[in-house]
Design a protein around this ligand. Structure first.
Ligand SMILES: *[C@@H]1O[C@H](CO)[C@@H](O)[C@H](O)[C@H]1NC(C)=O
Ligand SMILES: *[C@@H]1O[C@H](CO)[C@@H](O)[C@H](O)[C@H]1NC(C)=O
Ligand SMILES: *[C@@H]1O[C@H](CO)[C@@H](O)[C@H](O)[C@H]1NC(C)=O
Length: 363
């Protein structure tokens, strides 16, 4: 009898979601994308991804975090110069902390990899692209303020954590815990065939059915539109001109340190790639500005680029509260970000693999 609870605890600990909340956000984005892939694009996944992925984007969506190191780490985020305090809140206009290695460049390079590489390299490029599209839609991956909120200790559901983790995982975890509807299959083959019996299935149904096909039905098709290859590289030219960085870097944003070995075709131009990470990221970055939606007022006195003064644990502010998590919930902030990331990821892949199939997407 004494064994009962112990066994129960062990089996709970083995559920992947117990220790990998951060992975859930990436898998949700990938699952939403899967819904909007054309049949031809889905077929491509079977060729490129390992067999264990079963022709689905989600099983590899969190992979990039598991191989993260000092070299690839900076590709998961981007920090603009002068993006804090809020009265500047620039995003690239004053250049980037690291113009050569950031999530914007990572998305361009991995898209390039998906379209030009083969074999394992194409597989890895696709895994990075899936992951970076998720990171691009997490507002704290787009700001250097307090190291993207990693330095801001807070409480969530009583536990001590930090602002970055709240956005990477806790808010999503809370949404998964509290959603009680959408447990039954929907009358949509397109949606149901992308679900895999994951703990976030109901949440994906909710976001897709009530959100993309409901509240946002008049705008979702426009989410993926872009001015191809916006000015990220032009901006880095302005910034790095002074430091004598070679103009080759600008023609080929390809000196990004992804672990691929095949060189890009010399004739390759990034202009044709169906991605515009800067254009997509700008409004998401703006969520960090001029509002207490993300950055609660009590943090706003921290001077830029300083480590915040440590707050004693008993004084840490609880963010799982109506005025913070409740507002984000009511405004469907997280749900819309996940939806946009998924729709855009699907659009990029369809554009690469099945451009004719794209306009015909319906449920
Ligand atoms: C924030 O406020 C400042 C000053 O009021 C303004 O110049 C800036 O454009 C605003 N930024 C955003 C993103 O709204
Ligand atoms: C499902 O649950 C969500 C979150 O609790 C709620 O916002 C939504 O209105 C519910 N939808 C239906 C159809 O009951
Ligand atoms: C991009 O990928 C290529 C090919 O694998 C690689 O050689 C390069 O270092 C990467 N970097 C950039 C900036 O694109």
């Amino acid at each position: 009898m004494i064994l009962g609870p112990v066994l129960l605890m062990l089996s709970l600990a083995q559920l992947p979601w117990v220790f990998a909340w951060g992975a859930a956000g990436h898998q949700i984005v990938a699952t939403i994308a899967q819904i909007f892939l054309t049949p031809t694009s889905r077929q491509q996944l079977c060729q490129i991804l390992p067999e264990s992925a079963k022709c689905h984007l989600a099983p590899v969506a969190a992979w990039a975090d598991t191989v993260r190191n000092a070299y690839t780490g900076p590709l998961h985020y981007v920090n603009g110069n002068d993006d804090w305090p809020a009265d500047h809140c620039t995003f690239g206009e004053s250049g980037w902390k690291d113009a050569r290695r950031n999530v914007l460049v990572g998305i361009v390079n991995s898209t390039m990899g998906v379209s030009f590489l083969a074999g394992h390299e194409q597989d890895f490029a696709l895994r990075y692209l899936i992951h970076f599209m998720g990171d691009l839609h997490m507002p704290l991956h787009l700001t250097g303020r307090d190291r993207g909120g990693n330095d801001d200790r807070v409480r969530f559901d009583r536990r001590i954590t930090n602002l970055h983790s709240v956005w990477d995982g806790r808010l999503i975890a809370k949404a998964l815990r509290t959603l009680t509807n959408y447990t039954q299959p929907l009358p949509s083959r397109r949606i149901e065939s992308a679900l895999r019996g994951a703990i976030y299935d109901s949440y994906v149904r909710f976001i897709t059915w009530e959100g993309i096909l409901g509240w946002w039905k008049d705008e979702w098709l426009s989410w993926a539109s872009c001015i191809p290859l916006d000015s990220i590289f032009a901006v880095s030219e302005v910034e790095e001109g002074a430091t004598a960085s070679s103009s080759d870097d600008l023609q080929s944003p390809l000196s990004l340190p992804l672990p691929f070995s095949t060189p890009w075709p010399a004739s390759m131009s990034t202009v044709d790639l169906p991605v515009c990470p800067l254009h997509w990221a700008r409004p998401i970055h703006d969520l960090n500005c001029n509002s207490t939606l993300i950055w609660p007022r009590f943090l706003s006195n921290a001077p830029p680029h300083s480590t915040p003064v440590p707050i004693p644990p008993r004084d840490l502010v609880e963010l799982d509260s109506p005025w913070y998590a409740g507002r984000i919930r009511n405004e469907l902030v997280i749900e819309k970000l996940l939806a946009m990331a998924g729709v855009r990821l699907a659009a990029v892949l369809n554009e690469l693999w099945d451009p004719q199939g794209m306009p015909h997407i319906t449920t």
